[in-house]
Design a protein around this ligand. Structure first.
Ligand code: UD1
Length: 430
């Protein structure tokens, strides 16, 4: 297995291209199941999760052609995918594939909407918590799907097609919102989704669906009203920039005391996180091409944060903020309200000398004067990248093991950082 070696202490300077958002690219690719026509997605990031979903979609019969990057093209624009689901040859998503990536469960809604039947493996547990799918099933039942669970599979049936319904989510779920929204575009009549997730990636998917001929009101709000259509058409859509990658690099620059422009980043997609960063004393400003992060020699101030659904502080940046706070001036308190077990990075940060106390869903981080490099273990996607930030701040050498977690969600991470002066390299398992 590959490892990453970081020698800490280098200042980051220059620019970092921000890739297309993983969390939008995945449901956008799944949207291709809704039409016989070609869906073209631009700015798709080259990530392990995207490649795995491509395999899953091919398994359903989706034809996928990929254009590479054009030489001399805009550096932060990714690949172009042409997806055509002319015939869906298989309505089953098998355990071997779904268990490796939760978001693949979201094929359930579109498949049952278009084909009247779908059999999708339950995704199973995951390192950051139990992550149930009850809200997905509740939503699809509201649209008339008959659902049973058999031998680890969800079997959804709607032989006469789905019908519009009223879905009121008791808690905000990004995945359940995607699943029901995608399905509702092909249901007969009107669907009302209340307490929908307002994450920008949901808005991006909804805008693409509108280009495909769907009728959706309330995009960007927690109330979505969808008029179902008998069929959708092809479209061309550009994936929005990744706000989690943006926030991660913003925190990395603040951590090392650098000056970097995050090319293609859009501040409004992560206002809360960037405002939090500004409160610590780093400077955040808009440029013509992206967002600039600067920090002079001052020590950052501690901040208290609670993770919340959008527009609150994202859970996907909690680990990275914690890494930053390990060296802040003062004590910060971070409360994780979305996932119950998303603190695996705490033990690993402690190996570098961080002073963190955990109490239930709350971590108290006392800033220390210095971290010292050590071997550490990546445990999940966002935890891994918090170790990269800590390694960049630490004195001496940090080796991160199990970096396949990073490759799931960060495109060319070492290259992007080393081009700005970080001493980071991948050691291939050979
Ligand atoms: C998505 C994101 C992930 C992010 C998360 C929260 C993608 C590919 N993944 O994950 O990066 O961390 O949103 O912003 O976009 N829940 C239930 N029942 C359900 C579904 C969810 O109780 O049926 C709970 C979960 O356990 C969790 C909370 O709702 O506590 C939020 O989860 P959800 O928004 O669904 O996360 P994902 O869509 O899996």
């Amino acid at each position: 297995m590959d490892r990453i070696k970081i020698t800490g202490g280098a200042r980051l300077e220059g620019s970092i291209p921000i890739s297309g958002a993983k969390n939008a690219a995945l449901p956008l690719m799944i949207a291709s199941l809704l039409t016989e026509d070609r869906l073209t997605l631009k700015n798709v990031p080259n990530l392990a999760d995207v490649n795995l979903l491509a395999r899953i979609l091919r398994n359903h019969g989706v034809d996928l052609a990929v254009d590479g990057k054009r030489s001399g093209g805009t550096p932060h624009l990714g690949e172009t995918f042409h997806l055509t689901a002319r015939d869906i040859s298989d309505t089953t998503a098998p355990y071997e594939l779904v268990s490796r990536m939760r978001a693949s469960f979201w094929v359930l809604g579109p498949l049952v909407a278009r084909m009247g039947v779908a059999k999708v493996s339950l995704p199973g547990g995951c390192a950051i918590g139990t992550r149930p799918v009850d809200l997905h099933l509740m939503g699809l039942r509201e649209l008339g799907a008959e659902i049973e669970i058999d031998a680890g599979y969800v079997i959804a049936k709607a032989p006469k097609g789905l019908v519009g319904g009223h879905v009121l989510f008791p808690t905000v779920s990004v995945g359940a919102t995607h699943n029901v929204l995608l399905a509702a575009t092909l249901a007969k009549g009107e669907t009302l989704i209340e307490n929908a997730a307002r994450e920008p990636e949901v808005g991006d998917v909804a805008s693409c669906l509108v280009k495909m001929g769907a009728e959706i009101e309330g995009i960007g709000t927690s109330t979505l009203r969808i008029q179902g259509k008998p069929r959708l058409e092809g479209a061309v859509h550009t994936v929005l920039p990744d706000r989690i990658e943006t926030g991660t690099f913003a925190f990395a620059v603040a951590a090392t005391g650098g000056d970097v422009v995050l090319e293609g980043a859009r501040r409004e997609l992560l206002r809360n996180a960037l405002d939090t960063l500004a409160t610590t004393g780093a400077s955040v400003s808009d440029t013509e091409t992206g967002v600039r992060i600067q920090r002079n020699g001052n020590r950052l101030e501690a901040v208290d944060v609670e993770t919340q659904p959008f527009p609150g502080f994202p859970t996907d940046l909690q680990a990275q903020l914690m890494a930053l706070m390990t060296r802040a001036h003062g004590t910060s308190v971070i409360r994780e309200t979305i996932f119950e077990n998303r603190f695996m990075h705490v033990q690993e940060l402690a190996r570098l000398g961080a002073d963190i106390k955990l109490h239930g869903d709350t971590a108290t981080i006392k800033g220390v004067k210095a971290l010292r490099g050590a071997p550490v273990m990546a445990t999940d996607l966002r935890a891994s990248v918090s170790l990269v930030i800590a390694g960049l701040m630490a004195e001496g050498e940090t080796i991160i093991n199990r970096v396949y977690h990073l490759d799931r969600g960060f495109e060319r991470l070492e290259e992007k950082l080393s081009r700005c002066g970080a001493r980071i390299e991948r050691i291939s398992a050979g």
